[in-house]
Design a protein around this ligand. Structure first.
Ligand SMILES: Cc1ncc(C[n+]2csc(CCOP(=O)(O)OP(=O)(O)O)c2C)c(N)n1
Ligand SMILES: [Mg+2]
Length: 377
C-alpha cells in the first residue's frame, strides 16, 4: 500500500503506483481519495489543454507562433500534481510546462505570447508563487531546494514543487538538490516527468538505474514511480507527497512514467530517430481516453457531455488565440527593463538614443516604462 510506504524512507524497494488500468478499471485494494467533482474538473482541464496543444502546433506551422514544445500524451502528469498545490506553494516547471501553468490558472493567451518570444507571457495569476522555467535544463533544481528551505526557516506551511525530465535527471544539479533537500528534510517535491525521450536520447540509454525514482533513496528521500498516464495514481501520489511535506516529513521524488507522443518541439522531427510503432503502442495508454472510460463506467460521462465540453473548450481557445493575436505590441524600450538595478552608462546612452528614434512613432504598450535615468553601478 502506498500510504504505508509514504510514511517511511527506510523502505528500500521502489514501488510503482497504478490505480486505474489503461482499460479504465480501478484497483479497489489501493487508496484513492478523490471526489466525482474533482475527477470531472481534471477531465475538463485535460481535454482543454490537449485541444490547446493541437491548436498551438497549427499556429506554429502557419507562422503565427514561434518554436513550441508539445505536451501531447503528458496531459495528466502536467496538470495533476500542480492542481494539488495551494496558490502560495512554489511551482517551477520546465519549458514543457503549459499544462502545469494552466493547472495554476494562467490564461492560455499568455502561454502563446511567451512562445511568440514576448516576455509579457509570464504574467502569472496574482497571489500564485509560480516561477518562469529556465531553458538551461536543471538549473532550477537547487533553487527549488532553496525555496523549500526558505519556507521551512520562515515557518510557512509552503511546499516547493519542481518539474524535470528523464534526461535532466542525469544532471549534477539533481544530485546537489536532493542532497540538500534530504539532509535538511525540506518540503520539496521533485516530479520527474519521464516521457522516455530527451530529444533523441531514449530513457534506456539515459541511466542504468532501473527506475529514476529509486535514485531518491540514496539521499534519504522517499521515491515512488507512478504511472504518469493514470490520473488517479497521480492525484493520490501528489496529494500524499504534499501532505507529507507540509507535515514536515521531508521531500519526495515522484517519477511519473509517461510518453512524449509528439516531437521534442516543433523544431524537431522524431521520425528520424524512433519508430512510429512505439508511439502507437503508447497511445493505448492515453490518459485522456483512460479517464473518459472510467468516468463513463461510473455514469459520470456520455457522448453528449463530451461534445458539449469540446465545443466549449474550442470556443475558449479561440478567444485566447484572438486575445493573443490582438495583444498590443511591446514597447521596444522594454528591452532595457528589469536587467540592472543600476543601469551601466552605455545602456543608458543606448536607451536615450532609441527613445529619440521612437519619438515620432506611435507605439502602443501596456507596461510602465522604467525610468530613463540611471547611475554608474
Ligand atoms: C544545460 C542544458 N544542456 C542542454 C540543453 C539542450 N536541451 C534542451 S531540452 C534537452 C533534453 C531534455 O530532456 P528531458 O529532461 O527528458 O526533458 P523533455 O524535453 O523530454 O521534457 C536538452 C539536452 C539545455 N537546454 N540545457
Ligand atoms: Mg524526456
Amino acid at each position: 500500500m502506498v500510504s504505508m510506504a509514504l510514511n517511511t524512507v527506510s523502505e528500500s524497494k521502489t514501488q510503482r503506483l497504478e490505480i486505474l488500468s489503461p482499460e479504465g478499471v480501478v484497483d479497489p485494494s489501493l487508496p484513492c481519495e478523490i471526489t466525482p467533482e474533482r475527477l470531472l474538473e481534471i477531465y475538463r482541464k485535460m481535454v482543454e489543454i490537449r485541444l490547446f496543444d493541437e491548436r498551438a502546433i497549427k499556429l506554429q506551422r502557419q507562422g503565427r507562433l514561434g518554436t513550441y514544445p508539445q505536451i501531447l500524451g503528458q496531459e495528466a502528469t502536467q496538470l495533476i500534481p500542480p492542481m494539488c498545490l495551494e496558490p502560495e506553494d512554489w511551482l517551477v516547471p520546465t519549458y514543457r510546462g503549459q499544462g502545469c501553468y494552466y493547472a495554476r490558472g494562467l490564461q492560455l493567451r499568455y502561454s502563446l505570447l511567451y512562445w511568440a518570444g514576448d516576455d509579457r507571457g509570464v504574467r502569472f495569476p496574482e497571489g500564485n508563487n509560480d516561477m518562469i522555467f529556465s531553458i538551461p535544463v536543471g538549473t532550477h533544481l537547487t533553487q527549488v531546494a532553496g525555496l523549500a528551505w526558505a519556507a521551512k526557516l520562515q515557518g510557512q506551511p509552503r511546499v516547493a514543487m519542481a518539474y524535470l525530465g528523464d534526461g535532466t535527471s542525469s544532471k549534477g544539479d539533481l544530485h546537489e538538490a536532493l542532497t540538500f533537500a534530504g539532509q535538511f528534510k525540506l518540503p520539496a517535491i521533485y516530479v520527474i516527468e519521464n516521457n522516455h525521450w530527451a530529444i533523441s536520447m531514449p530513457r534506456e540509454r539515459q541511466s542504468a538505474a532501473k527506475t529514476l525514482a529509486e535514485k531518491a533513496w540514496s539521499y534519504g528521500i522517499f521515491g515512488l514511480q507512478v504511472d504518469g498516464n493514470d490520473p488517479l495514481a497521480l492525484h493520490e501520489a501528489a496529494r500524499q507527497a504534499i501532505e507529507r511535506a507540509r507535515r514536515g516529513e521531508g521531500p519526495t521524488v515522484l517519477e511519473c512514467e509517461t510518453y512524449r507522443l509528439g516531437h521534442h518541439t516543433t523544431a524537431d522531427d522524431a521520425g528520424r530517430y524512433r519508430p512510429a510503432s512505439e508511439a502507437e503502442a503508447w497511445k493505448r495508454k492515453d490518459p485522456v481516453a483512460r479517464l473518459r472510460r472510467y468516468l463513463s463506467s461510473r455514469g459520470l460521462w456520455d457522448e453528449e457531455r463530451e461534445s458539449r465540453l469540446k465545443a466549449e473548450a474550442e470556443a475558449m481557445i479561440q478567444r485566447e488565440v484572438e486575445a493573443y493575436e490582438n495583444f498590443p505590441p511591446p514597447n521596444p524600450l522594454d528591452m532595457f527593463a528589469d536587467n540592472f538595478a543600476l543601469a551601466p552608462w552605455n545602456l543608458i546612452e543606448q536607451r536615450r538614443e532609441l527613445e529619440e528614434l521612437l519619438k515620432d512613432r506611435q507605439t502602443r504598450h501596456d507596461l510602465v516604462l522604467p525610468p530613463a535615468e540611471g547611475r554608474f553601478p
